[in-house]
Design a protein around this ligand. Structure first.
Ligand SMILES: [Zn+2]
Length: 364
């Protein structure tokens, strides 16, 4: 079973249509144990040891407990219980933040990913209605705080679905987040995933166009950003970037966050700058206003700058923000983009667990 889990994880983890950065997680289970991806490991290269073995009963019993009303306290308590549910020999591993959600399914294999085209649907104004039309068997979960609250929301939705249909759902769409596939065989997982991807590809009216536009790198701007952030800056321009950065109005779909991953790797908001000469002042203002430094700067009529502590971090930022551009484009086919709510964005910004994942990913 673990070998099959490794196979499924590597297959989807190495396909950029499905998985970016350290994102996505997988699991398998028997009656007693859940094997779920460890936090900070990458699906593409995962080994059997990359999974954490947990006691399913201990995880299930967590639903009988009452946790603190205070957010930070609650997440700490939940994490502690999750850690205690680890089986002997797993003490050095930290289970994925979405572990409780994996355990909700009785189905043997669970694949959780955040593909751009799927999020074009989950981050769209008509996403829920379109999902009902295209995937009547699937369920849709409203955006909520990640971790315990999201798992609890999914638990209720799954229970309600079981009441009506007498079986578990195989597909769960999470608004402004991603998708879960659950099945007893890998063949069925593949069938479900391919079905969703091909249906959405057929529905898409426009596809992102990332053909490079040869643009002289604005070295002075780049140098200022490297100095202010204290890291590495990648400049890029292409057909899609040029469209989004032509003026602030066109950049609107990108000026707020679509999913938690975008916040973790690119910060909650990019900085849009009209004039190159204002770059220093605007970058410093942004930091004063938000309490953190911008990781993406859009320079009107010129292109985008992706910033990180090192080359790898800057490139991850570029890849994940490019994903946001894809989502913005795909959402056009489903009624237009819809960002996360400001409340939710604030919550993620302050979320310790995600910060941990981001740290592990940048190799800190
Ligand atoms: Zn997720």
């Amino acid at each position: 079973m673990i070998n099959q889990l490794v196979e499924m994880s590597r297959k989807y983890g190495s396909n950029p249509e499905y998985v970016l950065a350290g994102g996505g997680n997988t699991s398998c289970k028997d009656e007693n144990y859940l094997y779920v991806k460890g936090s900070g490991t990458s699906l593409a290269t995962i080994e059997a040891e990359g999974f954490v073995q947990l006691d399913r009963k201990a995880l299930g019993d967590m639903w009988k407990k009452t946790y603190s009303e205070n957010e930070a306290e609650r997440e700490a308590q939940v994490l502690e219980d999750m850690m205690s549910a680890r089986c002997p020999g797993n003490e050095h591993k930290r289970p994925s933040v979405e572990t409780l959600l994996h355990n909700l399914f009785d189905k043997k294999f669970v694949l959780h990913v955040h593909p751009a085209i799927v999020n074009g649907l989950t981050c769209a104004k008509n996403g829920e209605a379109e999902a009902k039309r295209l995937f009547p068997e699937a369920v849709w979960v409203q955006p909520t705080k990640p971790g315990y609250i999201l798992s609890n929301e999914c638990r209720k939705v799954i229970e309600a679905y079981k009441e009506v249909n007498g079986k578990e759902p195989e597909i769960i769409f999470l608004q402004n987040h991603g998708i879960f596939f659950a099945a007893d065989t890998l063949e069925r997982i593949d069938e479900l995933a391919e079905g969703v991807m091909s249906t959405l590809n057929n529905e898409a009216k426009r596809f992102p166009d990332f053909e490079t536009i040869e643009t002289k790198t604005p070295e002075e701007v780049k140098a200022v950003l490297e100095e202010l952030f204290g890291g590495v800056v990648i400049f890029e321009n292409n057909n899609e970037i040029s469209k989004f950065s032509s003026d602030k109005e066109n950049a609107l779909p990108l000026l707020n966050s679509f999913t938690p991953d975008h916040i973790v790797y690119c910060k909650a908001y990019p900085l849009f700058v009209e004039n190159a000469e204002d770059i220093r002042a605007e970058y410093e203002n942004y930091e004063k206003k938000n309490g953190f430094k911008a990781k993406v700067v859009i320079l009107k009529g010129t292109g985008m700058f992706f910033i990180g502590a090192n080359e790898k971090d800057a490139n991850t930022c570029r890849v994940v923000f490019t994903d946001a551009m894809k989502i913005a484009v795909y959402s056009e086919s489903f009624g237009g983009y819809e960002h996360m709510t400001p409340d939710l964005i604030d919550f993620i910004v302050n979320w310790e667990v995600e910060a941990y994942r981001s740290k592990v990913n940048s190799g800190e």
